[in-house]
Design a binder for this molecule. Structure first.
Ligand code: IVH
Length: 672
């Protein structure tokens, strides 16, 4: 390789590291995502062409590597096991801790550092000469698991730092966690596939950090905040930290090196500690990640040493745990909401209560059967729980509080929005409004149409949609393309500039690819993935509209349910009119080039049973990204059956037909 290319590679690494830090740690990017991606792609290509120069600290490593068969064990520094924290559940218990600290430090003055207790998984990172060499889970505190490849995929973990003199070897410890938005995305993906859901972001982060295949971890958007720095000599003995004699100064040092650290508040007394605790209790719902308490630590390292530790906990720190996010309240009434497809969802109106810092007055009840199963009645006292989701759920009824005046829920027979009949098809859990011109359905359809994942019309939000409907400016999604600047100007609080933004973003959406248009139309059973498959198989919407159910079913991944739904959708005049209106407005209805790369090209896979390390969608994506297909049934044409836990009848069929069966590890090896 030329010196030029070598220099370029080194420069790229430094640049990318700097931008990663600006973006992920400091939240202050200097370049756009597109520019960043271009730098990363350049680095990946250079490393691919010159494998000898692909070092362990390269940012390109973050995409994840080949899967391991099991996680190896790592012994933590024997001089410094990873301890846990003693807990306090009340101000009294905190006071007791404070008195113990005062007593043990004699009459000396001291300060506390107070910071959030993140609800994730404890982990350790070891750096040698500035390079991340080992990442491990806390495990039992003495031994953990080697998750080096996985921690490298976490964007807030620097792979290389400019360590100051005296820090040739150091360890940082912290918490790996999953932000709520990533948790919700992951669970909705799993739900769509009928897979098991993670109970909370903590379980999801633990599951994701301990995966055997780091390329899947890379998709899980984990983060890490570090709260301990240990500098050691070559024998592993702790040394003084250069330039830091307290927790808050050590955190400043780590921040300067590019780590993400907690927001530390240094305070002088217990009253101030309690103030910080109360202020976080108020804002913790808005943090974007779960915290289950606050950690109160003696700030000075010298004083920490004096206090020492028991075999389990340091005597210089305590965790204050917030009370559980469950409360009881009165369920006042049950009303019904109408969704985009006419689905009727019962919702509980509650006497407002505060759960985990936020006021709650509504809870979802899912469907009629759920209400029956939990025997939820209007007037009941109920236990509600606020998890990672925005809207809380009813856990159970406190039946001992019943007075006899509670009313059972009856699904209304008429739609609350349009008065049309409500029907519940046999075998389905969901009741639906049959109205073809239901205003509630239309509003939800428009919200779906304009969503980021569909036509991506970012200046047309729910409030604007309400106004457009109210002023009768639109009657279906295609009408959006026919409103003018003057129409928008007439709406409330619309200045010339914002009206222009609305029109511009509608205009821009006309070039969305065909799969987004198909998804935006809201055809039943056509989610983002199915829409993509359809767009890959038809040159334009006209070919799709005239396809028979048989033709559609011949496409891999399209089953009879989708095939029928698509052809019924396009057989309806209203929907064909919608297409014509979109066409007339100049919306793109042609498929672009949607070809995939071709490594396992042409092979057919079937998935069965529950996969431990990834969702079905993730497995499917992995397979398809290499030019292979996933089908639902085992046939003579099937090349591989990937078998998870509790496989169904597909395994038997595969054996009968002599299809190769791969367990999860073998599959990962092949597709990795
Ligand atoms: S300090 C020796 N600070 O909570 C004490 N721990 O329940 C080391 N945790 O094992 C821990 N946020 O995994 C500390 N800001 C924070 C924390 C934190 C979360 C976890 C950590 C610890 C567990 C104890």
């Amino acid at each position: 390789m030329t010196d030029n290319a070598k220099n370029r590679l080194e420069k790229l690494k430094v640049e990318i590291r700097r931008h990663e830090r600006l973006y992920y740690v400091e939240d202050n990017p200097e370049i756009s995502d597109v520019e960043f991606d271009a730098l990363m792609r350049e680095l990946i290509t250079l490393e691919k062409d010159n494998p000898s120069l692909a070092t362990a600290d390269s940012p390109a490593q973050r995409v994840g590597g080949a899967p391991a068969s099991t996680l190896a064990t790592v012994t933590h520094n024997i001089n410094a096991p990873m301890l846990s924290l003693d807990n306090a559940y009340s101000d009294e218990e905190l006071e007791k801790f404070h008195e113990r600290v005062m007593k043990n430090l004699g009459d000396e003055n001291f300060e506390y550092a107070v910071e959030p207790k993140l609800d994730g998984l404890g982990a350790s990172l070891i750096y040698e000469n500035g390079v991340l060499v080992t990442g491990a889970t806390r495990g039992d505190g003495v031994t953990g698991e080697d998750v080096t490849a996985n921690v490298k995929t976490i964007k807030t973990v620097p792979l290389k730092v400019d360590a100051p003199k005296g820090m040739e070897r150091f360890e940082v410890r912290g918490e790996v966690y999953m932000p709520r938005s990533a948790f919700e995305r992951l669970n909705s993906e799993r739900e769509a596939e009928g897979g098991n859901l993670f109970a909370n972001p903590r379980n999801a982060s633990a599951g994701s950090l301990r995966l055997l295949d780091s390329s899947i971890t890379a998709l899980r958007s984990l983060e890490m905040v570090v709260y301990t720095l240990i500098v050691t000599d070559s024998t592993g003995k702790s040394k003084l930290i250069p330039g830091a004699d307290s927790h808050h100064t050590a955190m400043e040092l780590l921040r300067a090196l590019g780590f993400k650290t907690p927001d530390v508040e240094v305070v002088q007394n217990m009253a101030e500690v309690e103030k910080v605790i109360a202020s976080y209790d108020k804002k913790r719902e808005t943090l974007g990640y779960d915290i289950d308490g606050m950690v109160i630590k003696v700030d000075s390292f010298r004083q920490r040493n004096e206090l020492g530790s028991t075999s389990k906990f340091p005597r210089w720190a305590i965790a204050f745990k917030y009370p559980a996010q469950q409360v009881t309240t009165k369920l006042l009434s049950i009303e019904t909401q109408v969704g985009r497809t006419g689905a009727i969802t019962p919702v509980a109106n509650l006497t407002p209560v505060t759960v985990g810092g936020s006021k709650v007055s509504r809870a979802t009840l899912h469907n009629e059967d759920e209400i029956k199963r939990k025997d939820i009645r209007a007037g009941d006292t109920v236990l509600i729980e606020k998890g990672g989701e925005v809207i809380p759920k009813v856990v159970k009824v406190i039946t001992s509080k019943r007075t006899g005046s509670e009313k059972k829920f009856v699904m209304p027979q008429k739609c609350p929005a349009c008065g049309a009949d409500i029907f519940r098809p046999e075998g389905e859990a969901v009741a639906r409004c049959s109205g073809s011109a239901c205003p509630a359905q239309l509003k939800e359809k428009l919200k779906h149409f304009t969503a980021r994942t569909a036509m991506d019309i970012d200046n047309v939000g729910p409030a604007l949609i309400d106004q457009l409907l109210e002023k009768k400016l639109i009657h279906d999604p295609a009408d959006l393309y026919y409103i003018g600047h003057q129409d928008v100007m007439r709406l409330e609080r619309m200045a010339d500039k914002s009206a222009k933004n609305v029109i511009d973003s509608i205009e821009k959406s006309k070039t969305q690819p065909l799969d987004k248009v198909l998804f935006a139309m809201g055809i039943r059973y056509v989610g983002a993935r199915v829409a993509k498959v359809l767009a890959q198989n038809f040159a334009d919407i006209d070919k799709l509209m005239t396809a028979t159910p048989d033709t559609l079913e011949n496409i891999h991944e399209i089953g009879p349910r989708v095939a029928k739904s698509v052809s019924v959708f396009f057989s309806q005049k209203a929907n064909r009119d919608l297409v014509e209106k979109l066409r007339h407005a100049g919306v793109n209805l042609k498929a672009g080039d949607m070809k995939v790369s071709q490594t396992l090209a042409g092979k057919q896979f079937v998935l069965t049973g529950t996969l431990q390390t990834m969702t079905r969608l993730e497995a499917k994506t992995k397979i398809e990204s290499q030019g292979a297909r996933v089908t639902s049934a085992v046939t003579k044409k099937t090349d591989y059956l990937v078998e998870g836990a509790d496989p169904g009848s597909k395994s038997k069929k595969a054996k009968e037909l002599g299809v190769t069966i791969l367990d999860e590890a073998a599959f990962l090896k092949m597709a990795g």
